[in-house]
Design a protein around this ligand. Structure first.
Ligand code: ZN
Length: 362
């Protein structure tokens, strides 16, 4: 019996073991399946990620390709620009060279022009020298102070003297040395600058050398000019106080002397001279007054010299008299010695007016 029980028990044990093993196998299988599923999911996920990455990479690659293309284009453009720049630069250099050449030519041309102008000027001066210049009439400033213009007065008689047509004598006046550099102009080429005519008084002996006569002569003054050979500056002679005068120094000093010596009215002096020099002679009182004003400094110098000489004389006579001067009461003093008579006007009667003249006399 026992054996049967044992066998039964063994069978039960074997069956339960089998069931247990079967159950274990099933759970293992389930676990394996779950794991496999999980692995598959993970793989799928990874694959998806890889695919996405690949896609991204492809996009990047595309972008890089595009950039490369753009870069190549830019490079091409740059090369084109560089070529253009080189061409422009070359053109610029060419233009610069052309400009330099032009400049050089212009310089040459200007030099030539200057030379031609100089030559023309020289030629002109030569022509003028040969032909002479047209006479210019220098207006008499003393008789008509408003007409200082040069050139022949037109139409109406402007109050001045007409230029004398008959000429007794000609004088030439040349510049002596350059005002600028002092160069001696003795050998320089002279050209006529202008001419003028003045009337002067001459004292001459008669043909028998018996008596002295005074006579008037019309003198043609031919004024020359030149260009300094050293510094090329135009030079004209200095004509001094008688530059535009229509009467010469001999005549002016004669008239001034007449007025001082005779103290006659100016009209009387002119009338007297008209008797000597004839109807062609003409002179205005205004002209004489003008000379006294113009030559005041020269007259004063002579007066001072006479005053100095007077002081050296042994004795002097002095007197004074009333003098109406432009409606006022003045006094006229006279101081004279053996050969000098000096006048001095004063607005007082006191001796102060002649104090300096009588200094040294007792
Ligand atoms: Zn000079």
């Amino acid at each position: 019996m026992w054996e049967l029980v044992l066998i039964l028990f063994t069978i039960i044990a074997l069956v339960s073991l089998y069931v247990k093993l079967k159950h274990q196998e099933q759970s293992l299988k389930q676990t394996q399946e779950r794991k496999q599923e999980e692995i598959g999911r993970i793989i799928q996920q990874k694959e998806k990620a890889i695919k996405q990455s690949t896609k991204k990479l492809q996009q990047k690659e595309k972008a890089i390709k595009q950039s490369t293309k753009k870069l190549q284009q830019k490079e091409k453009e740059f090369q084109e620009l560089e070529e253009k720049h080189l061409k422009t630069h070359a053109r610029l250099m060419e233009l610069k060279r052309a400009r330099d050449v032009k400049k050089k030519n212009l310089k040459k041309y200007r030099k030539k022009k200057r030379k031609i102008r100089r030559e023309t000027q020289t030629l002109e001066s030569r022509v003028k020298e040969i032909l002479g210049r047209e006479d210019t009439w220098v207006d008499h400033s003393l008789s008509s102070p408003k007409s200082r213009k040069r050139g022949k007065p037109k139409g109406s008689n402007g109050g001045g003297r007409r230029r004398p047509e008959r000429i007794h004598q000609e004088i030439h006046i040349y510049p002596q040395e350059c005002e600028n550099c002092g160069h001696d102009l003795k050998n320089a080429d002279m050209f006529i600058s202008h001419t003028s005519v003045f009337t002067d008084l001459f004292r001459e002996s008669d043909t028998l050398e018996c008596y002295e006569t005074i006579r008037l002569k019309n003198v043609k003054k031919i004024v020359h000019r030149t260009r300094c050979p050293k510094c090329h500056i135009p030079c004209s002679p200095e004509l001094g106080l008688f530059k535009n005068a229509r009467f010469g120094p001999g005549f002016v000093s004669y008239v001034i002397g007449q007025r001082i010596e005779t103290a006659l009215p100016l009209e009387a002096i002119i009338g007297e001279m008209q008797k000597i020099f004839g109807p062609r002679f003409s002179l205005s009182a205004a002209a004489i007054v003008g000379w006294f004003r113009k030559f005041e400094a020269q007259i004063k110098r002579i007066y001072d010299q006479l005053a100095d000489l007077l002081k050296e004389s042994f004795f002097a006579h002095i007197d004074e008299t009333g003098l109406s001067l432009q409606g006022e009461n003045w006094w006229l003093w006279v101081i004279c010695c053996a050969n000098i008579v000096l006048y001095r006007e004063s607005n007082t009667r006191g001796h102060d007016a002649i104090k300096d003249l009588i200094q040294g006399f007792e």
